[in-house]
Every structure is written in structure tokens, then in C-alpha cells.
Design a protein around this ligand. Structure first.
Ligand code: NAD
Length: 260
């Protein structure tokens, strides 16, 4: 089935992996609902860049910590395009600190944005996906949905939770032509990673170069950062007919990290 003319809602698509997925899906003719924070001019430029791929694109700045805004985001997507055919739960933040020093408000924000928001997007998008008889839910989890690292307690907890949600949703909608899968990237050099290099250096008493070499790429056997284009390519594959019988899985894109 051609993906041309379908609609994808991608949370946190104003930068990094989400923006890469938005562009990758737009290249396949899929209309895009952009979401996330950032400078209004940069968001507008990225929206134009997506529209230049001959698709329609709208932007909604719903805050993923706010269930009522998430409900309104799904509704705007459906009102504009008729349906959310592809839902990519991607919005996420990170904080790197030992658990006994971890600020409770940061814990709550990570659990809300990286995990709870997906409950709300899925809950609101599924009824129309079911009615249409086709859908793809793609959760951008992480290698940290499969294994842990120290000082990332909230993130690892949220990402492991997302794996449970992925499997449960997959079973619930398995007979309705809807799949639900997790992509588990290793380190992709986006803002989220850039920001944690300094914090990790502090927490581990290392230089920033040592963190990149001995912490981030130490886990990645290819010794290469994953690119946003590679994650976007995997997302597009999960939307294809070839992936119709792939559901409830964790698909690592991690340079061998979780194989070791
Ligand atoms: P990023 O910081 O570049 O992008 C995060 C996006 O989330 C941005 O668009 C931001 O505006 C949005 N966002 C943050 N808080 C929000 C909120 N309250 N409401 C709405 N949007 C919000 O980071 P990224 O690296 O592209 O991360 C994207 C996803 O990929 C995250 O879920 C992250 O956990 C996951 N991931 C990243 C890596 C990596 O190495 N970069 C690896 C594995 C998984």
C-alpha cells in the first residue's frame, strides 16, 4: 500500500530525531503534524522545508506534560487531515544525576514527557486508526529501554515503561491492521546528547572528550554515532507493508550496544 497521502503525527519533531523522521516520512509523501518547542522562526523554516517535499504540514506546540493539550493536538491533526495514520511518540528529555541527588521535578518531567505522553497520544489516536482499519504506532524508545546506565534513573525507568506499553498496545490492536513497535537508538548526536555530555562529565569527573569516547561510544561497537536519517529510514520501514507482521518489538539501532 502506498504511504502517499497518509498523515503522521510526530511528537517532539522540532529538532533532532523527530525532525529527521518528519523529513524522512515527508519524502515518502506523508503529511506531517509537527510538535515540539523551539524558536518560532526555526520552526517555520523547518515547516517550509517539509512542505517543499510536496506534502501538507501543520504545527501544534502542545506541551507533552499536559494531557488536555495532547488531546487537542490529536484532535487538530484529525480535524485537519481526517486521521492520524502514523503516530510517532518521540518527544523526550534527559537529566543525568545520581538518584539520591535527582530533583523530583526533573523525575516527574521525564516520566511525563518520555512515557506518560505516549499513553495520551495513543489513547486519543487509536479510535480513528481502528475505524480506518490501518495504523502504525512507532515509539522512539532507546537502548535505555533495554539496558541501564548509571545516573539516568528517570530516563531508564521511562524507556523501560515504554517497552511495556509498546508490547501491550501491539497485542490489543493486533487484529485491526495496526502495529506498535519501538525503535531503540543508541547514541545519536542531537541536542539531547550534546546537553548531557557536560552533565555526565561532571557526574563522572571526566572531560567532555573522555565522555564522548569512553562513555557514549564505548557502548557502541561500531564507534559511530547513529544518524537521524538512519532512524528515519527504520521508521519508514516500519510503516511499509513488509513490516505488517512486525509488532510489539524493540528494534535496536545501536551499533551493537545491546548485543554485547
Ligand atoms: P532533541 O532534544 O533534539 O529533541 C527533543 C524534542 O522533544 C524537541 O522537539 C523538543 O522540543 C521536544 N520536547 C521536549 N519537551 C517537550 C514537551 N514538554 N512537549 C513537547 N515537546 C517537547 O532530542 P532527540 O535526541 O532528538 O530525542 C528524541 C527522542 O529520541 C527522545 O525520546 C529520546 O529519548 C530518544 N532517543 C535519543 C537518543 C540520542 O542519542 N539522541 C538515543 C535514543 C533515544
Amino acid at each position: 500500500m502506498s504511504l502517499k497521502g497518509k498523515t503522521a503525527l510526530i511528537t517532539g519533531s522540532t529538532s533532532g530525531i523527530g525532525l529527521g523522521i518528519a523529513k524522512g516520512l515527508a519524502d515518502a509523501g506523508i503529511n506531517i503534524v509537527m510538535n515540539g518547542f523551539g524558536d518560532a522562526d526555526v520552526i517555520e523554516d523547518n515547516k517550509k522545508d517539509i512542505e517543499d517535499r510536496s506534502v501538507k504540514c501543520i504545527y501544534n506546540g502542545a506541551d507533552m506534560t499536559k494531557p488536555d493539550e495532547i488531546e487537542a493536538l490529536v484532535k487538530e491533526a484529525e480535524d485537519t487531515f481526517g486521521n492520524v495514520d502514523i503516530l510517532v511518540n518521540n518527544a523526550g528529555i534527559q537529566n543525568v544525576q545520581p538518584i539520591d541527588e535527582f530533583p523530583p521535578e526533573k523525575w516527574n518531567a521525564i516520566i511525563d514527557i518520555n512515557m506518560n505522553s505516549s499513553f495520551h497520544t495513543i489513547k486519543h489516536a487509536l479510535p480513528k486508526m481502528k475505524a480506518a482499519g490501518w495504523g502504525r504506532v512507532i515509539n522512539i524508545v532507546s537502548a535505555h529501554g533495554l539496558v541501564a546506565s548509571p545516573y539516568k534513573s528517570a530516563y531508564v525507568t521511562a524507556k523501560h515503561g515504554m517497552m511495556g506499553m509498546t508490547k501491550t498496545v501491539a497485542l490489543e490492536v493486533a487484529q485491526q491492521n495496526i502495529t506498535c513497535n519501538a525503535i531503540c537508538p543508541g547514541y545519536v548526536y542531537t541536542k539531547l546528547v550534546e546537553n548531557q555530555v557536560a552533565d555526565t562529565a561532571k557526574a563522572r569527573n571526566m572531560t567532555e572528550d573522555e565522555v564522548k569516547r569512553d562513555v557514549l561510544l564505548a557502548a557502541q561497537w561500531t564507534k559511530k554515532f547513529v544518524t537521524v536519517e538512519q532512524v528515519a529510514g527504520v521508521a519508514l520501514f516500519l510503516c511499509s507493508d513488509s513490516a505488517e507482521n512486525i509488532t510489539g518489538i524493540a528494534l535496536p539501532v545501536d551499533g551493537g550496544w545491546t548485543a554485547a
